[in-house]
Design a protein around this ligand. Structure first.
Ligand code: AMP
Ligand code: MN
Ligand code: MN
Ligand code: MN
Length: 286
């Protein structure tokens, strides 16, 4: 089968990426992407700019978002593809999801200060392109920039995660709400990078079943944080659950991300790509 270079997961300065939507579109084109989606965390304000930039660069485009969800004591990410970015219920839901971030960012700053690291809130805020989207990524970059850690991998081992300084629990959207907003906006909901969640196989099965019961239809199989064994495992789970398969680099910026835009291997044979169900939602470059 012809392999379509679809990259349906990445981040811009609208959330925790380091490039603008326009820079990403150009870069995606230069790296051979044919179908692109910008999936900023909890925010769709970059979507019109991304669609216009995709058109200018000669890329087919799907609107996207990556929603933060609380499930089984974990943070689960749910991607919405082919959404209408102007849908009112989606926008309101995302605004509510973003609302707790300022308070949480202050609490993260306080927690790091208690561990002897001062100035983190101001530092993270200065690195955030969107004042409503101060994320752990911005704290991580500041901790690297100030020499506290060598790289962001070290940050997420020593700080900002459960049990370590700078971790602050947060209630995100429910699985039902996130999937509902995506479906209501005409999109397809996809479980992002499933191998990253620290849940048992039983909880994972429950996650997939509940996700489908709410109307979810896809799972990311090919993504930067998945090794070969993860790709095989989630390819098989996609088939068992009758889910569509997605592919996305989760690119956050040059020099930071493991995988370049468009550079992932193709989806394993035998899976149904999520874009095969999204033809009417794709904005064609020509
Ligand atoms: P937040 O939504 O503020 O909790 O920030 C989550 C973001 O932190 C994710 O979208 C990733 O970009 C980044 N992140 C989380 N865990 C890790 C990790 N182990 N290594 C690198 N980046 C991470
Ligand atoms: Mn991120
Ligand atoms: Mn994610
Ligand atoms: Mn992501």
């Amino acid at each position: 089968m012809h392999h379509l270079n679809a990259d349906l997961h990445c981040h811009s300065t609208v959330s925790d990426g380091t490039l603008s939507p326009e820079q990403l579109a150009r870069r995606a084109k230069d790296h051979g992407v044919a179908l692109w989606s910008l999936t900023d965390h909890d925010e769709v304000s970059g979507q019109h700019g991304a669609a216009a930039a995709a058109h200018a660069a000669g890329l087919d485009y799907l609107s996207g978002v990556e929603i933060s969800v609380s499930f089984a004591g974990q943070i689960i990410h749910v991607i919405g593809l082919g959404i209408d970015p102007d849908d009112a219920a989606l926008r309101n839901g995302l605004a509510d999801t973003r609302a707790g971030r300022s308070r949480r960012a202050r609490a993260i700053g306080d927690s790091l200060a208690a561990a002897g690291i001062d100035g983190a809130l101001d530092g993270a805020q200065a690195l955030a392109g969107n004042p409503e989207m101060v994320t752990r990524t911005h704290f991580a970059r500041w901790l690297v920039a100030t020499g506290v850690c060598r790289d962001t991998h070290e940050v997420f081992r020593r700080y900002l995660v459960d049990g370590k300084p700078g971790y602050v629990a947060q209630q995100w959207a429910t699985l039902r709400d996130a999937v509902g907003w995506i479906c209501g906006a005409g999109g397809i909901a996809v479980i992002a990078h499933p191998a990253r969640y620290k849940i048992s196989a039983n909880q994972e099965w429950a996650l997939f079943e509940e996700f489908k019961a709410h109307g979810g239809r896809g799972v990311e199989v090919q993504t930067a944080s998945h090794g070969d064994a993860d790709v095989a495992r989630y390819g098989a789970l996609a088939q068992q659950h009758g889910l569509l398969a997605s592919r996305g680099s989760d690119f956050h910026g040059p020099g930071e991300s493991r995988v370049e835009l468009g550079a992932l291997p193709a989806l394993p044979a035998g899976l149904t790509p999520v874009w095969s169900e999204l033809h009417s939602r794709i904005a064609r470059a020509d």
